[in-house]
Design a protein around this ligand. Sequence first.
Ligand code: SAH
Length: 360
Amino acid sequence: MNPKRSEVQEKECNKIQELTKRLYQNHTLLDEELIEILQCEQEDALEFLYQYARQVREKYYGKKVYTRGLIEFTNYCRNNCYYCGIRCENRKIDRYRLHKEEIYQCAKEGYALGFRTFVLQGGEDAYYTKEKLGEIICYLKDHYPDCALTLSFGEWEQEAYQYWYDCGADRYLLRHETADESHYKMLHPEKMSFVHRKECLKLLKQIGYQVGSGFMVGSPGQTIELLICDLRYLETLQPHMVGIGPFIPQADTPFAASKAGTLLMTRKLLSILRLMFPKTLLPATTALGTIHPNGRELGILSGANVVMPNLSPTDVREKYLLYDNKIHSGFESAQYREKLAMQMKQIGYELSIERGDSLM
Ligand code: SAH
């Protein structure tokens, strides 16, 4: 081994360890310090970071991994986000909507499997009016009062958010996607605005939802400096949950030829987020499970504490294609809960059957 190179490595390793300890103590670092961690590619230095992140998640959440049953109830969408496979201009996908009875059936199966949180996720589909979605929320909260209900349905008026909250919805996931105005414009058509997205997040918090935000890792045009903007924005928002996962190109979008985000960068960010927001809920996402066969386990080993298996009916799973090769049969599906439990056990964690509210 070249002794000079190992000296450099040793120095970097010490620096990352020092930064990790400070992030652990103060929950924040200077921009240039965060950049140093995000630029580090040395496995042994990063192992130290992941280990601290696990220590913090275990302090608050023990070895529990919370599960959410994801019901993708519509792939119709009025928006045209350049990265997303269900954007309205994608004429190649087969559109579907779940009938309320189908949604109830998903929840019934999910409940029997041990899920105590249901996530209703969909494109922004005006077919589900305030009242229609309200009826579904009321039914689910009525039949499963011990479960939490999460919505992930995009940007709507205050009135609708309030109505769904009054119907019993507990949580809302709305990733901010990027906290930089011009990057936001690169990823979305003109008529979508970051200002409006931020207003929605503020509103949701004011109403009383447990709010989740987040972003894609490695989205086209994203730089390390832009990631720092995302972290700073999250510091001001103080969300109860942060969903991050690698960007993955989808063939029928303008970003079809763009590169996917990496496992390494996602792991570093998960650990940083855990240390910045010790009590936040942090999912190891489906996208992470898609880019690497052990992506979800490695996410958990970096400080994540939530997994969101798919509860959608099997015949529609392949139609909710946000990105290519999305895992939609096998381990990620809810019917494989037992296998998931085994996978978690193998890495020293256990699937929880609690509602899994945020401690924030
Ligand atoms: N309509 C809802 C739900 C969107 S889908 C909303 O606007 O919030 C959920 C998330 O999937 C998005 O927030 C986005 O961050 C992610 N996503 C979309 N396309 C993706 C892609 N190509 N690769 C990785 N993640 C993607």
